[in-house]
Design a protein around this ligand. Structure first.
Ligand code: OMD
Ligand code: FE2
Length: 453
């Protein structure tokens, strides 16, 4: 995450493609030719490999890049626990830091803080499962912030961050943040150079694996998120002295700091396939039913982080974008359901088709393993009132998303005790009345009814 005084060029340049082997040089000739670690690198740069998978991971899963830097990352003072420590980040979920809760949970958007708060201070874990130490699990965080990180950069050793920052209060700021946050290759540390002004967003962190594009099966070779719409930054560096520069490293959910006298954004050239990327959700090409019934939400998968079990995700990132609903004689909103996977949802803008009230942009909900949920009473009644003759409907102003996991999340105490939790969430379903119309005798109703009787 960058610091305020970096001069960002107006037009950042990107390379496009998902999981490609990229190469980029900020100065022509900075990439060594035909080898990775020459005795002396061009321009006297240091060669540094960053490995995102075990050296011996199968080739199709192997991720690593070679960076050519002004000074290598190792040139820093020892790591020390950060002061002040951060009490609300969790990377190993257990009874000491989180609890089991099968209730349907919903949160209103959290207030933007009044006091100066940067991305690190504003980040807090909501829920998660597993362990960064055991390299299996996930954490869901949210953040609110109102200022850039100053003379310091954030590096996450625990897992990959998928940052959904669309729920910025200001859309222009959001674009700016997106560009600076993830995707400006100054290192493989994520970059948060928040524009002045309030911002908030969601983060899914996955331990021990990386996101992939989903298989498309019978959909064919095209559709959903297109590989070419994923953008990876080109090399960019700064080389002025930066006394007192601080690296903040998240390691095992704890924060550590190390001082150095130069900017870590000093990568003059790089090549490889381990790189940050950005993707604009509006580019997603949704598929769905064109005749009847409601498709399962997996049809809207943008990215998936797999487990070893075929088809079972550690974490799916699913989006519900604007689209046409055309199904005939069909209940079009999400069906009522219980799912062995757990579903965390957020809303980037607009409304969500299953909730007439109470699910707001910047808010969140959690329906854990087998917890029943579905459309609220208002949505149900309005849908039924439309009847079978409902014509095509366009859901316009919406961008909801879901993080769906096969692991069951434990919930952090500050999320349960948060003033933004909605204690009356369950009420949205309590009004659902029986519409059962079969005329049975009182005796049959009382004793239970079975056609064979
Ligand atoms: O719970 C939700 O709103 C997410 C969801 C959407 C959908 O269209 C079908 C199933 C599902 O879990
Ligand atoms: Fe659901």
């Amino acid at each position: 995450m960058g610091s305020k005084n970096i001069d960002f060029p107006a037009n950042l340049e990107y390379q496009s493609g998902f999981g490609n082997h990229f190469s980029s040089e900020a100065i022509a000739g900075a990439l060594p030719e035909s080898q990775n670690s020459p005795l002396v690198c061009p321009y006297g740069l240091y060669a540094e490999q960053i490995s995102g998978t075990a050296f011996t991971a199968p080739r199709k899963l192997n991720q690593r890049s070679w960076l050519y830097r002004v000074k290598p990352s190792v040139t820093h003072d020892p790591f020390k626990p950060r002061v002040p420590s951060h009490e609300k980040l969790v990377s190993e979920f257990n009874q000491s830091n989180s609890s089991a809760n099968p209730t349907q949970l919903r949160w209103k958007p959290v207030e933007i803080p009044d006091t100066p708060t940067d991305f690190i201070d504003g980040l807090y874990t909501v829920c998660g499962a597993g362990s960064s130490y055991l390299r299996h699990g996930f954490a869901i965080h949210m953040y609110t912030a109102n200022k850039s990180m100053d003379n310091c950069a954030f590096c996450n050793a625990d897992g990959d961050f998928l940052i959904d920052c669309g729920s910025q209060l200001n859309v222009e700021d959001c674009k700016c943040l997106l560009v600076r946050l993830l995707f400006y290759l100054k290192d493989f540390v994520s970059v948060v150079d928040l524009p002045d002004g309030p911002s908030r967003g969601y983060v899914a962190e996955i331990f021990g694996t990386h996101f992939q594009l989903p298989d498309l099966g019978p959909i064919g070779a095209n559709g959903l998120a297109a590989s070419r719409d994923f953008l990876v930054p080109t090399a960019w560096f700064e080389d002025s002295p930066r006394p007192g520069y601080t690296i903040v490293q998240k390691f095992g959910g704890e924060l550590f700091t190390a001082k150095q006298d130069f900017s870590p954004f000093n990568v003059v050239a790089w090549h490889g396939n381990y790189a940050p990327f950005k993707y604009e959700l509006s580019k997603f090409c949704p598929y769905n039913t064109v005749l009847f019934d409601h498709s399962d939400p997996s049809i809207n998968t943008v990215l998936t982080a797999p487990t070893d079990k075929p088809g079972v995700a550690l974490l799916d990132f699913v989006v519900f974008p604007p689209r046409w609903l055309v199904a005939e004689h069909t209940f079009r909103p999400p069906y009522y359901h219980r799912n062995c996977m757990s579903e965390f949802m957020g809303l980037i803008h607009g409304g969500y088709e299953a909730k007439a009230d109470g699910f707001l942009p910047g808010g969140a909900s959690l329906h854990s393993c087998m917890t029943p949920h579905g459309p609220d009473t208002k949505t149900y009644e309005a849908t039924i009132a439309l009847g079978n003759e409902a014509g095509p409907q366009r859901i316009a102003d919406t961008m909801a998303f879901m993080f769906e996991s096969c692991l069951i999340p434990r919930i952090c105490p500050w999320a349960l005790e948060s003033p933004s939790i909605d204690p009356d969430y369950y009420q949205c379903w309590i009004g659902l009345k029986s519409h059962f119309t079969c005329e049975l005798t009182n005796r049959e109703l009382q004793n239970g009814y079975n056609q064979a009787n």
